[in-house]
Design a protein around this ligand. Structure first.
Ligand SMILES: [Mg+2]
Length: 182
């Protein structure tokens, strides 16, 4: 699998609210690994909004839910303080270590797990490097004050252009709306 193929999500949805969770369940998915920043919370909010909390609480009844984030402990712990879910901070996505730790913690298998996130270079590429499926969502807010995210977005733009050229059909299906949404 080329680096470009690894950057193509298995599906795209406009937000975590649009994901067909029931369908995932029918496909054998038991565990959901969520990214934190700009996936379940805006980068500049400190705590999850009520509607996000409600969705996460409902998902917890059906799935094992975990948050895997590249940000620091304080930020993740505060964001999730009203939600009793396990989390990993400083996960260093796209490296495998955070995902590996997550699988162990939930005692789940790669094929029963899916990662949901807003970044191609960390969430989607990371998931596929590790061998689990991915869902890309549009960012809650596109901006981020993290330098590394701004850097990743530049690489992402380059990769997206390459994918559009090399794999126009897949680009059309799974990435075009993502690009146009920002
Ligand atoms: Mg993110």
């Amino acid at each position: 699998m080329s680096i470009y193929q690894k950057c193509i999500p298995d599906a795209y949805h406009a937000s975590i609210f649009e994901i067909p969770y029931q369908q995932l369940k029918e496909q054998g998915i038991k565990s959901l690994f969520f990214d934190l920043d700009n996936t379940i919370i805006a980068y500049d909010d400190k705590e999850l909004k009520e509607k996000h909390l409600e969705l996460m609480r409902n998902l917890k009844k059906e799935f094992s839910v975990m948050v895997i984030s590249n940000t620091n402990y304080k930020r993740v712990a505060l964001a999730l303080n009203q939600l009793n879910v396990p989390f990993i901070w400083h996960a260093k996505k796209p490296l495998k270590f955070g995902f590996h730790k997550g699988l162990k913690k939930l005692d789940t298998k790669k094929e029963e797990t899916i990662i949901i996130g807003d970044q191609l270079m960390t969430d989607v590429f990371g998931a596929h490097r590790f061998g689990i499926r991915s869902i890309l969502v549009a960012s809650v807010k596109r901006k981020s004050d993290r330098k590394i995210t701004q850097f990743n977005r530049k690489i992402e733009a380059f990769i997206l252009k390459k994918i559009a050229k090399k794999m126009p059909k897949l680009y059309e299906e799974r990435l075009k709306v993502y690009v146009e949404s920002h």
